[in-house]
Design a protein around this ligand. Structure first.
Ligand code: SPV
Ligand code: MG
Length: 333
């Protein structure tokens, strides 16, 4: 129920670090709207006697843009993104990680960090590509990287603006996406770690996880040499033969399932739209749709109706005490 899902911003902000300290990893699912965030927050299963759920929510540039019918190419601006983020925060309690795209440039990034931290977002991830970026899953797009020293300045600027120790700035390495290889990613990771990042995300759009595996293997000695190990983050969209357990065993701390609710909704919506056209009525589409009562209960409509009934009861009592005169005309039905 939306109204009951409530938490103070600072309290929420801290819960991602707490989760990582407690379990060593966080399982994150994408959301692009209030309703998808409610699903990400409340999905829960029992497996081998254990309750399994998501530890937090990824606010994705790809799916936020696609929800608006727009491409993921730095077109949807931060004000609009913050509107979606606020919509998600309004109906959930779990930590939120925001996809900050490139962060644009240091001044814009500073203002973004300030706004996200104030809202209670736990982390922002920025990628070391040149603004305006293209989506990383597009293997044919130009994927130009920013010089690492320039990107490191942006990280430092963001770190200086953050007012809590808990808010995390995570650097996303796009070397593998740009075809520059694992060594380029490691060299960049070193500069970003020295600049003070709280996490390193290594991204790949290949089905074969070989490069991801070799980065993860080299990450440990790199961090040992630098004396600090920021959390390691991955987005296994293309190499999704790997399980979470396997990714955790090679050192990943945050695993982001980055676009699955939007893709699932898109497929179901397209099928429902076609089915109604084919049948000339909506009966056949019912099987593809959740019952309205499920939506009512998910978003808190049931709660309002319960409260309405309680209030009507009270007004009926007052009316009786008042010799049949309604305390507020039209209310006691
Ligand atoms: C997103 O979800 O917007 C991401 C991850 O940035 S990806 O689409 O794989 O680049
Ligand atoms: Mg993105």
């Amino acid at each position: 129920m939306s109204l009951e899902r409530s938490i103070r911003p600072l309290e929420r902000l801290q819960t991602l670090r707490e989760c990582l300290d407690r379990k060593g990893f966080a399982r994150i699912l994408e959301a692009h709207s209030g309703i998808s965030a409610i699903i990400a927050e409340s999905a829960r299963i029992q497996k081998d006697g254990e309750v399994i759920e998501y530890d937090g929510i990824w606010e994705s540039s790809l799916t936020d843009s696609a929800t608006k019918g727009l491409p993921d190419a730095s077109i949807v601006g931060y004000d609009s993104r913050i509107h979606t983020i606020d919509e998600i925060l309004n109906v959930t309690t779990k930590p939120v990680i925001v996809d900050g795209d490139t962060g644009v440039e240091p001044v814009l990034f500073e203002y973004l960090v300030k706004r996200l931290e104030r809202l209670g977002v736990s982390a922002v991830i920025i990628e070391d590509k040149v603004y305006p970026k293209r989506n990383s899953l597009d293997e044919f797009a130009n994927q130009d990287l920013e010089p690492p020293a320039v990107f490191a300045q942006k990280i430092k600027a963001g770190k200086e603006v953050a007012v809590t120790n808990e808010f995390m700035i995570i650097a996303r390495l796009e070397s593998l996406i740009a075809g520059k290889g694992v060594q380029d990613a490691l060299d960049r990771a070193e500069q970003y770690i020295l600049a003070g990042v709280d996490g390193i995300m290594i991204h790949s759009n290949k089905q074969d996880p070989a490069e991801i595996l070799s980065f993860a293997e080299a990450y440990r000695p790199l961090c040992q040499r630098l004396g600090r190990r920021p959390h390691l983050v991955c987005v296994p969209t293309t190499y999704n033969t790997m399980t979470e357990a396997e990714l955790i065993s090679i050192g990943f701390n945050i695993i982001i399932h980055a676009n699955h609710l939007l893709r699932a909704a898109y497929k179901a919506m397209a099928e429902a739209a076609r089915t109604i056209l084919m049948s000339g009525r909506s009966l056949e589409a019912d099987a593809l749709c959740a019952p309205v009562k499920d939506i009512f209960s998910m978003v808190g409509y049931d709660h309002i109706i319960r409260k309405d009934r309680e209030r009507s009861e009270l007004f009926r009592l007052l009316e009786r005490e008042n010799n049949g005169v309604a305390p507020r005309p039209g209310y006691s039905r």
